[in-house]
Ligand binder design. Structure first.
Ligand SMILES: C[S@@+](CC[C@H](N)C(=O)[O-])C[C@H]1O[C@@H](n2cnc3c(N)ncnc32)[C@H](O)[C@@H]1O
Length: 393
């Protein structure tokens, strides 16, 4: 991660602009925080730089993780510009080489959840593979169905990197990859748009069933996003997972279920090859959706009502995590910018994929610093609770 270690730096007068960066304010740690923060904007995107003292009395200057800019080149430029303004006495740095190289093609195909949440591509049929692993099945399908948009969901970073490389090598234009928990992804997908969802050899999680991809909620969401005639396909070598899933599939109305055993698909995945060599049985359940679902209609501004009281917020600050049925709220740290402005750092939302954010309180107004939260049900509920708690209710 780009950083500069300095013996000393000067606090310069803010706000000030340098190249494409606006440096807005300095924030001092007030509650539970150690580092100082610098608020800045790069081409309309707010971000933070952290200034943290280490044991040797040096200050490490780097980009804040929550609001980090991308690509890394921009982060390096932000740190360099900051240090020029602050007349840093540099001890060491890893930002000496700043290249203006363009995004690698493969990186264009790695999407964020905001990309899907803000503007889900709706111009063609979508097929989704969950937990694609080596990507053999996903790449084969994308190559053979060029008019379909493929979305591959994985949480294992080396698998993601490997498939991104293959997208570039094979010159595929119809495959997006996302590093996200598949149990939460479908809630961002519009209704009736998906032709196929593949769940091949999911981790059985026999001891932690709540971590399984297949659940009642997942099947319901899958049915909503599938077109009429669209298919959710589970393939597993685990009889236990098969039995558990079949029971859940049977709870659904207006679906056709097809169960097969030891059928060879057009291309086998790495896991499948392994199980075949061991002569294990392989079970398929295909759920065909037979009804049209209502459109997905969620809209929410993530704005705050006015009339916040900074003194009261500081006095009542409670950093114990608050856990509710489907979400949590955890106020973590407070920073003070000046008498009229504070910055809160918090995490909230879904337990499996928490949102980390800052809230800037300016006088009686509050807003998320940097981007608003992703439009998920858990984040909407958490936002309402945050507002209530900040108002001291
Ligand atoms: C047993 S491997 C199967 C890989 C591939 N489908 C195959 O057949 O070779 C399961 C894959 O699911 C991924 N995975 C597990 N839980 C996940 C989740 N909640 N969201 C997305 N991917 C997940 C794992 O990282 C792993 O790569």
């Amino acid at each position: 991660m780009p950083h500069i270690v300095v013996k000393d730096y000067k606090r310069f007068t803010v706000p000030v602009k340098k190249e494409k960066f606006d440096f807005l304010w300095f924030a001092e740690p007030l509650i539970n925080a150690k580092e100082k923060l610098v608020g800045a904007i790069y081409e309309k995107t707010p971000f933070l730089i952290t200034l943290k003292d280490n044991k040797r009395g040096e200050t490490v200057i780097k980009s804040d993780k929550v609001t980090r800019l991308s690509p890394t080149t921009v982060v390096k430029k932000a740190l360099k510009n900051f240090c020029e303004l602050a007349e840093c006495d540099v001890i060491r740095t890893n930002i000496s080489q700043i290249s203006d190289r363009h995004l690698k093609k493969s990186e264009e195909f790695l999407k964020t959840i905001e990309f899907f949440a803000d503007n889900f591509p709706k111009n063609r049929e979508v097929w989704i593979e969950i937990g694609f692993g080596s990507g053999r099945y996903l790449l084969y399908q994308a190559k053979n169905n060029p008019d379909t948009l493929f979305i591959g969901i994985e949480i294992h970073r080396p698998s993601i990197e490997q498939v991104l490389k293959q997208i570039e090598i094979q010159k595929l234009e119809n495959l997006y990859i996302i590093d996200y928990d598949a149990r939460l992804f479908l809630e961002f997908v519009p209704s009736n748009i998906v032709g196929k969802i593949f769940v091949h050899f999911p981790v059985p999680w026999d001891k932690k069933p709540h971590r399984r991809v297949i659940s009642k909620k997942f099947i319901q969401e899958a049915k909503r996003v599938l077109k009429v005639g669209g298919v959710l396909e589970l393939r597993t070598d685990s009889k236990n997972y098969f039995d558990y899933s079949l029971e859940l599939f049977l709870e659904q109305n207006r679906v056709k279920l097809e169960v097969t055993k030891n059928i060879k698909p057009p291309i086998t995945s790495k896991y499948e090859d392994r199980w075949r060599r061991l002569q294990k049985d392989i079970y398929d359940i295909r759920m065909v959706n037979l009804e049209k679902s209502a459109p997905l209609k969620i809209s929410f501004g993530f704005d705050f009502e006015k009339e916040f009281d900074i003194e009261k917020i500081i006095k009542n600050f409670d950093s114990k995590p608050k856990v509710f049925e489907d979400y949590f709220v955890h106020f973590e740290r407070v920073y003070k910018i000046d008498e009229n402005r504070i910055l809160l750092r918090l995490s909230f939302g879904n337990f499996d994929r928490p949102e980390h954010k800052y809230i800037l309180i300016e006088g009686k107004n509050a807003s998320y610093f940097s981007k608003k939260p992703v439009l998920s049900k858990a984040n909407i509920e958490a936002h309402k609770k945050i507002e209530e708690l900040l108002h001291g209710k």
